[in-house]
Design a protein. Structure first.
Length: 342
């Protein structure tokens, strides 16, 4: 089975690529990625802290390597991400004396960053996650430094700057828990606000860091339908389905404590995934892909957050030291048995 061929009539198939993978041309996961997927997203290497860790210091080696790899393998590249509250250094919001910038100063810094990064790859990067995770669970705007200093229009400004820097690129808003009705409504209001102001927005990314019992896929379907109705493309981004318990309090937006992690035995399946658990994973993926296929007219791309179970970020999130099995390719680099049934 070649994943991108299997779903060729439905949507593009993508994966996140890590820094370690792209810097080693013979990395087995990198080679598998080239074989199975037709679109790549950098897992970390285009985030602010990666490309611009210190003032006036841009580092593009890893990002450039990925751009070249994608080009040589005929892969579409989705940039991730220009404006986010996380993995963005604190100095971004401060002047040289450590005082918070004012609105105009931060807008200027944001524009400079977007011009430098999105502009550099204007001809190579197909689309950008312009703004990532700006909404709260209830659909209101998250109180990030971006929002506090610039104000509620920081998202609009980011999309305007992105279009100026990379006029051909598709521009997306990306967030998690987009199946939740309140968050869905907030995202739709955001999309409509941009459209009404004549600001380009081409798509919405629904992150999909799911579990065996979370979320209810009927809500996922409602969101796909509702987002598509606004006229933008729907992207499934960051898909993985953890087989390990998901801390309840984390689902509610609270931090999880180490005690909870230990209680929940994250290494339950350290020596292998039991047959019945693999069967539950298969059922979840079957339900999800039948939904995606049903709405393939609206869904442009399904991107997994990682290539194989060996290196998925879910081995380290929500807590370090997990042994998880969330993807379609196992630790031995084999396509899982149930993939044929998707
Ligand atoms: C994650 C990466 O996978 C990790 O390697 C990193 O330590 C933290 O970020 N939402 C996103 C992604 O938009 O950028 C995050 O990626 C996962 C959650």
């Amino acid at each position: 089975i070649i994943l991108k061929d299997k779903f060729a009539d439905n949507f593009k198939m993508g994966t996140a690529i890590s820094k370690a993978q792209v810097l080693n041309p013979s990395d087995p996961e990198l080679l598998l990625a080239a074989k199975h997927f037709n679109t790549f997203t950098p897992e970390n290497s285009m985030k602010w802290e990666s490309v611009n860790p210190l003032p006036n210091e841009y580092q593009f080696d890893v990002a450039d390597a990925l751009v070249n790899f994608a080009k040589n393998n005929n892969q579409q590249l989705v940039g991730h991400t220009l404006v986010w509250h996380s993995q963005t250094p604190d100095w971004v919001f401060e002047d040289e004396s450590g005082n918070l910038l004012n609105r105009d100063q931060l807008l200027q810094r944001m524009q400079h960053h977007i011009k430098t990064v999105a502009g550099r790859y204007a001809d190579q990067i197909f689309a950008w996650d312009v703004v990532n995770e700006a909404l709260n669970e209830d659909g209101t705007l998250r109180e990030s430094k971006w929002q506090q200093i610039i104000g509620d229009d920081f998202i609009e400004q980011a999309f305007i700057f992105a279009h100026l820097a990379a006029p051909k690129a598709k521009l997306y808003y990306n967030d998690y828990n987009m199946f939740k009705p309140e968050k869905r409504a907030g995202a739709i209001a955001l999309i409509n606000r941009l459209k009404q102001k004549g600001i380009q927005i081409d798509g919405v990314g629904m992150q999909a860091h799911y579990s065996l019992d979370y979320p209810d896929f009927a809500e996922v379907e409602d969101s796909i339908v509702a987002f598509a109705a606004t006229g933008v493309d729907v992207m499934i981004t960051e898909l993985d389905i953890s087989v390990l318990p998901f801390p309840e309090n984390l689902a509610e937006g609270a931090d999880v404590s180490l005690d909870v992690a230990l209680q929940q035995q994250y290494n339950l399946y350290k020596d292998g995934i039991p047959k019945d658990v693999e069967q539950q994973l298969a059922s979840r993926y079957q339900a999800l892909f039948s939904l995606y296929k049903k709405h393939s007219d609206s869904i442009g791309r399904v991107t997994f957050w990682g290539v194989s179970d060996k290196q998925t970020w879910r081995n380290g999130w929500p807590m370090q030291g997990r042994t998880d099995y969330p993807l379609l390719i196992d630790r031995n680099m084999q396509i899982k048995g149930f993939v044929g049934s998707l």
